[in-house]
Every structure is written in structure tokens, then in C-alpha cells.
Design a protein around this ligand. Structure first.
Ligand SMILES: Nc1ncnc2c1ncn2[C@@H]1O[C@H](COP(=O)(O)OP(=O)(O)OP(=O)(O)O)[C@@H](O)[C@H]1O
Ligand SMILES: [Mg+2]
Length: 442
């Protein structure tokens, strides 16, 4: 068993302090939205802390604030005692996908960050080569991004963060765009370097959707609630490393966190219910095609699952990374084709029908569930129905969504519903003219 070279040091100044951080965004309609409320977190030397929470609860927003990329509305962030104003030396970030410069080689991509902060060429090159070596890209120095696999490109992303010797490393779902096996390899490699004390980094803040990933990597996990994002619970992971995913203690911790995350409060007051209804139309939806969703029902219905599957087994079968599968499972549940209980996805009666019906009946069933479960889809149909020509421009809905979502999320959400609505023939959409119309207006 590996011994931890990094031990959590509570005697020195914390690496990072997040104190009473809040973030409120203005909306075009004038009603501001509180995304983060009174977040407090101290990150000590030697710690990996995870942030778990549902989509849209503000995890990336918090990470951007910590990185100094956006100022909080209230509260402050301190790095080794000094308040963070703007990008801080000593704090680096790894994103879900890295925007590598396609015209630069691996070495040049890694070195670019150092050139930007004025490190002399010879030293920059030396440090870039070391980072490349450390992160397992030895031999790929002169390759171009397009010649690399997704996993290798993400290693370049890690090397680019590591080359500045950051004391604090922030990671925003760094493994979720990778396939299952690549994600596992990269996570394992990272932890090995961490345990061996070979990374320059003293503390890590990891955002993830993936409970198993959080339990595998973190010393401590904070669970954020949604609307507004608050710290709802804190869980310490006392397991030695390397951690055994199949051990019963590991599974128990995963189950415990899963039940805490799904035990969300139900809106109680009329005002909260109204807010939930308004937000219903603007519920963020991930880009998953109708065929992907139907594929889950098909796979669940067939042997060896015969109606229910452990999420981990399903991820392996569908070649999907855990976090993406989790979102897909949530969507399948939202549409009423499956139910998620303690990491097991169960096919519902409707889900079984979806898997067994012919193409025409599938479309009809999908359409029924779409209109019933996705308020935005029903809303688009209603608007089209009411309009004299039964058509409406895309910008009409974008403007409405931007009252609740960032412009980027509004686009992604609308695109997801367009794909499902077109498949289900609830409405038609003309990409060229960016207009919706009713498929068969009566
Ligand atoms: N610049 C912005 N202006 C307005 N709203 C924003 C802005 N940035 C984020 N939001 C909104 O804040 C909320 C939280 O977004 P954020 O991206 O932090 O969530 P998240 O927890 O990272 O979600 P995910 O797990 O899907 O990545 C969302 O409703 C988003 O639309
Ligand atoms: Mg995010």
C-alpha cells in the first residue's frame, strides 16, 4: 500500500480560505438570481477537497471566483492570507476540456503559460519539459493537439496547469469529457503523483458530478444545495490510498453521499413554488440526443440487465464516463423512462414500452413524455399553437431563457429541446432561418 507523503497540515496558514462568498447575477427581467449564498471553506496544506452538487448549483461559478476570474458579489477569497483580486499567482485551473492552441506543439502549448508571465525562454522550456515528463507525455513534445487522443490532450491541460508550480490546483470536472477507462487511468495517475509528493501543488479543490470520483480522490467532500448554492453537508473520507472502489466501506460512503444529494428540500411556500414553476421552463438541460436516451432504455431492457443496472456497470456497457452517465440517467428519470435509487437505474413500465415498441410508437411515447416532463417543450408548443402563423423565431425563446440562465446555458438548453422535439415531431425547426413551426398545424 502506498504511504501518503502529503499529510494534512493544520498548523500552518491555510492555502485557501473562502469566506462568506456570495454570487448574484442580474437578469434582463430585473429580478436578480442568487446563485451562491454564504459559502465558507478552508483548504489546508495536503488536502484534496471535492465539491459535489447538481447541475447549475454554482460549482463552476465558485471555482471561477476562487481562481480570480470573476469577483464575488459578497465575501472574499484568501490565498495564504492575501485576498485574491484577479488571477492569482500560485492558483491554477484545469478545465473539463482544454482550449489548446492547435497551431502549437505540445511543448509550445505547455510553455505558452510561462511566456505569458515573462519567464525567460530557456527556463520556460526547461520547466515545460519537466511538466510534460511528470504528466506522462514524454515523447509527445513535438506532436500537435490534433494528433493526440482525448486523454493525451487532457494531459497537456494538466501539464499546462502544473508548469506554473501552483500551490493550489482547481479542477472543474477534469475527467468528465473522457471515456470511462481513460478517465480512470488519468485519475489513478494523478493520485499516484499526489501521494508520492511529486506534484508542486499543496492543495486541490475538485469540482465533480461524479460521486465515485469524489470518494476516490478526496479527503473531504462538500455537498452544495441548489437555488441558491449553499454548503448542505460535509463528508470526511477516512480511507487510505489507493482506494478500493469495490470495498464495502467505499460503497457505503458513495451510497451515503448519494442519498444526501437526492434528499433535496421540496419547495414549501407559495413564493418558492412560484419560483420553481418559473424556473421549470428554464431548467438547464444537457446536450444528449433522443437516441442516447432511448439507448439507455434499450440497454436496460436487454440482458444482462433485464430492467435494472448499477450505474457503474451501465457506464462500462455504454462506454460513457460516470458523470455523463449520471446526467443521462437523471434525464431518463426526468422523462419517466427510468428511476434512480441508490446508484441503481430501474426501467419503468413506460421505459420498457419505449424499448419494445416500433419506430412510430416510440416517437409517440417519447413525445407524450417530453411534453409532460419538460416544461420548455410544452411551452414552445403552446406558443406555436397560439400564434396565427404557428411559427416563432428562436430569439423569442432565447430571450426568455436568458432571464434565468447564462447565455451559454440558454443556447445549450434550447438546442437540447430542439433535438428532442424534432425527433418526437412535436414541432419543426428551421436551422437556416432560426424559426420554430408546428409540424402539422391544424
Ligand atoms: N455570467 C453569468 N451570468 C448569468 N448567469 C450565470 C452566469 N454564470 C453562471 N450563471 C448561472 O448560474 C448558475 C450556476 O452555474 P454554474 O455553471 O456555476 O453551475 P454548475 O454547478 O457548475 O453546473 P454544472 O454541474 O452543470 O457544470 C446557472 O443557473 C447559470 O446559468
Ligand atoms: Mg460547471
Amino acid at each position: 500500500m502506498l504511504e501518503r507523503a502529503q499529510t494534512i497540515d493544520v498548523t500552518t496558514e491555510p492555502e485557501l480560505e473562502i469566506q462568506h462568498v456570495g454570487q448574484t447575477f442580474a437578469r434582463p427581467s430585473g429580478n436578480p438570481v442568487v446563485v451562491l449564498d454564504d459559502i465558507n471553506l478552508t483548504l489546508r496544506t495536503g488536502e484534496i477537497v471535492g465539491l459535489l452538487g447538481r447541475s447549475g448549483c454554482g460549482k463552476s461559478t465558485l471555482l471561477r471566483i476562487v481562481a480570480g476570474l470573476a469577483p464575488p458579489t459578497s465575501g472574499e477569497v484568501r490565498h495564504r492570507g492575501a485576498v485574491v483580486h484577479g488571477p492569482a499567482e500560485g492558483i491554477a485551473m484545469v478545465f473539463q476540456t482544454f482550449a489548446l492552441f492547435p497551431w502549437l506543439t505540445v511543448l509550445e502549448n505547455v510553455q505558452a503559460g510561462l511566456d505569458a508571465i515573462g519567464i525567460a525562454e530557456a527556463e520556460a522550456r526547461q520547466r515545460a519539459l519537466q511538466a510534460i515528463d511528470l504528466i506522462g507525455l514524454d515523447g509527445f513534445e513535438s506532436a500537435y493537439p490534433r494528433e493526440l487522443s482525448g486523454g493525451m490532450r487532457q494531459r497537456v491541460g494538466f501539464a499546462r496547469a502544473m508548469v506554473v508550480n501552483p500551490a493550489v490546483l482547481l479542477m472543474d470536472e477534469p475527467f468528465s469529457a473522457l471515456d470511462v477507462l481513460t478517465g480512470e487511468t488519468l485519475r489513478g495517475d494523478f493520485i499516484e503523483l499526489w501521494v508520492a509528493g511529486r506534484l508542486p501543488t499543496k492543495a486541490v479543490l475538485l469540482v465533480t458530478h461524479n460521486i465515485e470520483e469524489a470518494v476516490f480522490m478526496c479527503d473531504r467532500i462538500l455537498i452544495l444545495s441548489s437555488n441558491p448554492g449553499r454548503v448542505a453537508a460535509e463528508v470526511t473520507i477516512p480511507l487510505p490510498r489507493p482506494r478500493q472502489r469495490l470495498s464495502s466501506t467505499f460503497r457505503d460512503i458513495v451510497d451515503d453521499i448519494y442519498s444526501r444529494m437526492t434528499a433535496g428540500p421540496v419547495p414549501s411556500t407559495t413564493c418558492e413554488k412560484h419560483a420553481a414553476g418559473m424556473a421549470g421552463i428554464a431548467t438547464r438541460l444537457p446536450p444528449m440526443s433522443a437516441m442516447r436516451i432511448i439507448g439507455v432504455a434499450d440497454t436496460l431492457a436487454a440482458p444482462p440487465f433485464n430492467g435494472e443496472a448499477d450505474l457503474h456497470d451501465l457506464a462500462m456497457r455504454l462506454h460513457l464516463e460516470g458523470a455523463r452517465l449520471f446526467r443521462l440517467a437523471e434525464l431518463t428519470q426526468m422523462l419517466g423512462f427510468a428511476e434512480l435509487h441508490n446508484r441503481t437505474l430501474h426501467l419503468t413500465t413506460a421505459g420498457r414500452a419505449l424499448a419494445e415498441e416500433d419506430a412510430v410508437a416510440r416517437k409517440r411515447l417519447f413525445s407524450d413524455h417530453l411534453l409532460r416532463s419538460v416544461p420548455l417543450a410544452a411551452h414552445i408548443c403552446r406558443v406555436l399553437d397560439e400564434r396565427p402563423g404557428h411559427t416563432a423565431p428562436r430569439r423569442r425563446f432565447v430571450a426568455e431563457l436568458e432571464d434565468h440562465l447564462s447565455p451559454e446555458d440558454a443556447e445549450t438548453t434550447l438546442n437540447a429541446v430542439i433535438e428532442w422535439g424534432r425527433y418526437a415531431e412535436c414541432f419543426a425547426y428551421d436551422h437556416m432561418h432560426r424559426r420554430f413551426s408546428l409540424e402539422n398545424p391544424t
